[in-house]
Design a protein. Sequence first.
Length: 388
Amino acid sequence: MRLAILAPTAGAAFRNESAQGQGGAERQLVELGRALAARGHTVDIILDRDESAPAEHGGCRLWPVYPRRGLPLLKLLHPKGSTLFGFLRARGSDVLLQRGAAELTGLGWLAARMVGIRFVYAVASDSDLEAGHELLPHPQDRVLYRVGLAGADHLVVQTPGQQRALQRAFGRVGTVIRSYPEAEPGDGLGSPTGTAVLWGGNLRPVKRPEWLLSLAISLPQQQFVVFGGAARGHERYARGIQAALRALPNVDYLGALAPAALPAVYRRCRVLLITSEREGFPNTLLAAWQHGLDVVASVDPDGLLAGAALGLTAATLSGLRERLSESLHAGPEPLADRRRRAQDYLRAEHSPARLTAEWEAILHNISKMRGDARTAGAALRRGNRPLL
């Protein structure tokens, strides 16, 4: 199978480098691409044209060909759409995969349709499934995203909750495939020795770093460790947050970090703090469980934290402050119980071998349907009505 992954902003993640705005969606594509390449599949990663020269990393071929710039609106047809169409045709791709709500969703679907191959979309955040709350900068991006979502040949979600939301909002059925952990569940797990509170993520409004600042100010004796850079389009907002973080004596702000640097950061900490308004299934949550950290969060994917007693949750800032204090002052037994349950959950639901097999089955099955897609693509190029 020849898989193309449309991920213009994922170059640094594939090279294990730090970069502003790198998030969980990019890191999940890294894990998937490498896993499928290890299984003998050809994996092409379509990156921004501004990236370095094409190279192979982790078995994946990186292609910096996707243009970021162009005339307003017209750039969707050329150079963006035309470049993507030309790449897929030249590489003989069988399937195109894209993750996270974006204009890329619609452009990816259209290019795949015209070439005559299948398009798979993977949900990255709960906001992808909430009309009007998609994290998109322009109205045309929302239109393109919804067109691509409606036309996608297969949809993948992270949780049963997202599966239900997809059905309610768009009347479509998605396949649940859990997120990849940073390492094999069970590797390097143990009781944490650090004492700090950890916060990690892109600095953007949906992550509510203002709540982090408020909690750090209200707990001046507690050390906080923070990592993450500015999300694209939120640079001005991030600069204000960064200045405020650096001004607090009990906050160690580390900026954007390469994946290889994160294990040492987790070892410094005792609790992971999540202040987001919305999430999908945060990578930091999986990493915290792997490293034995307790979790205090404003979001609860599929009710796991509360329902399965894997962490502490609160929807308000005051409630989050109470839960954080509860975690920091908890005795060894409740922490050990939550740690054990979290690690059991990881082993049961987030085995990389199992996740790769699930992805491989979907992509292989859908690639076999390529003939029908080629017929639709030929009709679309002739100007006929698309065969939806």
